[in-house]
Design a protein around this ligand. Structure first.
Ligand SMILES: [Mg+2]
Length: 209
């Protein structure tokens, strides 16, 4: 397989909703350690709303519309710091894909890179700040390094995101609520990096990896 089609993208989003639902308690437990404990509930509320919307929306049958409706729904339902970051990310993907029928592996990496830049603009986070950026940036790099086969590329991205999320534990938080804890943020994985790992795992599942 060499392209992300609208059907696969829809399956990516719905698979994300399922994975977030299954891991909501874990995400909230991670957030309880260094934040306010609501990341799982927030993400679950948002992605359940997205799933409901997509199931009843036959119009979202091209990549641009699909990502746009996902972003708008996340913006209005997730709340907290993650709402604007995830919502903005998908709105940016929607803009990038406005006139594209499908994405090959390189296009997909480019589109995700643009979404990452949007997250960094909004959140002002750099790599190493113990945020979602720490999972997303290495995932995109792994996707690029994996080459043209989208199954291999998305699996490489998912594995890199998972490893990178685990590797946020020893980092000192420099952004968001966790940064108020200073040194006490060390030793806990970042909840946002973990939800990004689920997002990438869902992408790999959707392409069949
Ligand atoms: Mg929180």
């Amino acid at each position: 397989m060499d392209h992300l089609t609208p059907a696969l993208a829809r399956s990516w989003i719905l698979s994300t909703a399922r994975l977030i639902e299954q891991n909501a308690q874990h995400l909230s437990d991670l957030d309880a350690a260094i934040g306010d404990g609501d990341h799982g509930a927030n993400m679950s509320r948002g992605f359940q709303a997205v799933a409901k919307k997509l199931e009843g929306d036959a119009k979202a049958d091209d990549l641009g519309a699909l990502f746009k409706v996902t972003g708008m729904t996340l913006l209005s339902t997730v709340g907290g710091a993650s709402g604007p970051l995830y919502g903005g990310f998908f709105l940016d993907l929607g803009k990038q894909c406005a006139s594209r029928a499908a994405l090959d592996a390189k296009d997909l990496a480019d589109v995700l890179d643009s979404g990452l830049a949007d997250i960094q603009r909004r959140g002002k986070a750099q790599p190493g700040d113990k945020t979602m950026v720490d999972a997303l940036a290495p995932a995109i790099a792994a996707m690029r390094a994996a080459g043209d086969d989208i199954v291999t590329a998305t699996r490489a991205a998912a594995d890199a995101a998972r490893n990178a999320a685990t590797a946020t534990a020893p980092l000192l938080a420099r952004k968001g609520r966790a940064s108020y804890l200073g040194e006490r943020s060390i030793g806990h994985e970042d909840p946002g990096a973990n939800s990004v790992a689920l997002l990438l795992d869902a992408l790999a599942s959707a392409t069949g990896a």
